[in-house]
Write a protein that binds this ligand. Structure first.
Ligand code: CP
Length: 311
């Protein structure tokens, strides 16, 4: 089996089988990390361009490491210091990369749909590394991979996503992916930060954290995106922290073996306390490690791979 499209733009557009294929393909790539030489020649001669119009630590470095571990060449472009500053359009930038024979363009952009625009206009595979508040598909995939690894399955689990759902591309990708794989997804946060039509995606809504946490197998805490709060939707961060901040005490309301996730970067002391983020139930560091394996799988499959990654 192969991925149907040349691009990865969102988990909304992948079938259950395609998501499962990516997750399965990531397993042998993760095993590679235990070896002294963490590299395979699979994408030798291919070029991966990392086109980041917004800041990133985890996603950009993770894609770069993923590409390098597959022996691809990588090029980094950020908006500052490139011709984007002179007013070059996204499509013209994409066409320039195509003319330079890039095979993949990994794009992060503040505009929802930017990756779609690029994918429609250039031949290289486009991978969405986060577009506005739309989707962040590889974050969704690495979150699901981590849940699978810890719980053995996603099907039938109760996954609670807490926070600013309205601005969260991570939430949207998680909801699409998790519901396709049979999880029960509950979103929880202030009513001002939950979109009215979110239930159309298959997620349930709960405005009370105590109720939401009951019987939770997985709690995914989102970052309060201070940079996207143009219209003041929160009375104060203190009030948010009191009502929706994840603490040791709150966590006791979930199942005893609940796991805690956060996509990063964290606002410690606002949406999560340090003793939860660094506690025994936290899988936050593992999410980061798994991100590389999942992104290797995505690059490998988009390049046309289908069977064993090392064959
Ligand atoms: N999770 C995530 O997208 O982190 P970065 O913004 O650091 O890439």
């Amino acid at each position: 089996m192969r991925l149907k499209n040349k691009d990865l733009l969102g988990l909304e557009y992948l079938s259950k089988e395609e998501i499962e294929l990516i997750l399965k393909t990531a397993v042998p790539f993760k095993e590679l990390f235990t070896r002294s030489i963490k590299k395979v020649p699979t994408l030798r001669g291919k070029t991966v361009v990392l086109l980041f119009y917004e800041p990133s630590t985890r996603t950009r470095i993770s894609f770069e490491l993923a590409a390098k571990r597959l022996s691809a060449d990588t090029v980094n472009i950020s908006a500052s210091g490139s011709s984007v500053e002179k007013g070059e359009s996204l499509i013209d930038t994409g066409k320039t990369l195509e003319a330079m024979k890039a095979d993949f363009v990994v794009i992060r952009h503040s505009m929802s749909g930017a990756s779609h625009v690029l994918a429609r206009n250039i031949n290289p595979s486009v991978i969405n590394a986060g577009d506005g508040s739309h989707e962040h598909p590889t974050q969704g995939l690495l979150d699901i991979f981590t849940i699978n690894e810890k719980k053995g399955t996603v099907k039938g689990l109760k996954v609670v996503i807490i926070g600013d759902i309205a601005h969260s591309r991570v939430a949207r990708s998680n909801i699409w992916g998790l519901t396709k794989l049979g999880a029960e997804v509950v979103v929880c946060g202030p009513s001002t930060l939950i979109p009215r039509d979110i239930e159309k995606t298959g997620a349930k809504v709960c405005y009370n954290l105590d109720f939401a946490l009951k019987n939770a197998d997985v709690v995914n805490v989102l970052r309060i995106q201070l940079e996207r709060q143009k219209t003041k939707r929160l009375p104060s961060l203190r009030e948010y922290n009191l009502l929706f901040g994840m603490t040791k005490e709150k966590l006791k309301l979930a199942k005893p073996d609940v796991i805690i996730m956060h996509p990063g970067p964290m606002n410690r002391g606002i949406e999560i306390t340090s003793n939860v983020a660094d506690g025994a139930q936290s899988v936050i560091d593992e999410q980061v490690t798994n991100g590389i394996a999942v992104r290797m799988a995505v690059l490998y499959l988009l390049a046309g791979g289908k069977s064993s990654p090392e064959s």
